[in-house]
Design a protein around this ligand. Sequence first.
Ligand code: CP
Length: 340
Amino acid sequence: MTDTDERVKHFLTTQDWSVDELTGLLELADQLKADPLNDSLRGKSVALLFLNPSMRTRTSFQVGAQQMGAIAVVLAPGQDAWGVEFAPGVVMDGDAEEHIAEVAGVLSRYVDLIGLRAFPKFRDWSHDRTDSVIKALAQHSTVPVINMETIVHPCQELALMQTLRGRFGDIAGRKMVLTWTWHPRPLNTAVANSALLIGTRFGADVTLLCPSEEYLLDPQFMDAAKANAEASGGSLQVSHDIESAYDGAEIVYAKSWGALPYYGHPEEEWRLRQHNKHFIVDEAKMALTNNGVFSHCLPLRRNVKATDGVMDADYCLALDEAENRLHVQKALMMTLAGAK
Ligand code: CP
């Protein structure tokens, strides 16, 4: 939870939204998938601030806004817009030309919604784990803020859930494996944190499969997922054994992430990482599942994180999940803008 104006409903993490609210978003997303065009946001606007690269998030928000009559303004602070300082009380004699207090204040007067992508800096996890950048935006914004990926990726969670509901109806009681997968360098834990949160929230029996204890996710997400599972009737287990984790799974969700004890020290992390190329998702592992589906948030390096055979299989839902980003974000924009 964040210390923001409680009169403004933000979308910073799905944990701030009830299961009923999330289900409402997913039902609206299904309606928008069937009937994509409407005028519900005519005259409205959304500012999309990207501190990091994006293909899917940027395109789906822009197209989604346009399909409902709104305009989207894309800004890359530090590149095509002034660099922004997010910390309070700083003597701003570095690179940033303006403070988030003014950026949020000005944008709140121009637009109806503000989205932000701000990956962690990969220097100090004790700082990055507080998600202070998007919280600073929400604190100073008088319009709803949408998390487009920080240390969680809640829009991706919604898209994953729309995809799984489309395939299974209900994921309660189904075995879902969140598997760490191989990648040549340490990546953000956001999508892994998010998959853990949303799977347990909707009652799946989630197994977190990772090479060793060093790859466990931050306790704030492990604990939240355990609490989610208790509330939903699902479960959360940790495994380092590939065969037993895949055995009987109906959902395999893959992501690579960095080992938090070595955060900011990629050379040291490599000493651990280099021994785990066999975590790649391949056809042999998928054959252990119970006719399981596979998905990934994308982008994905083929034959590094998952084989061509997995990516091209009928059971791969990665493109459906990417498409569903469009529908869930439209539902989110309509809801936050009070247009439903
Ligand atoms: N999955 C996802 O957020 O993709 P982009 O990084 O391309 O936006």
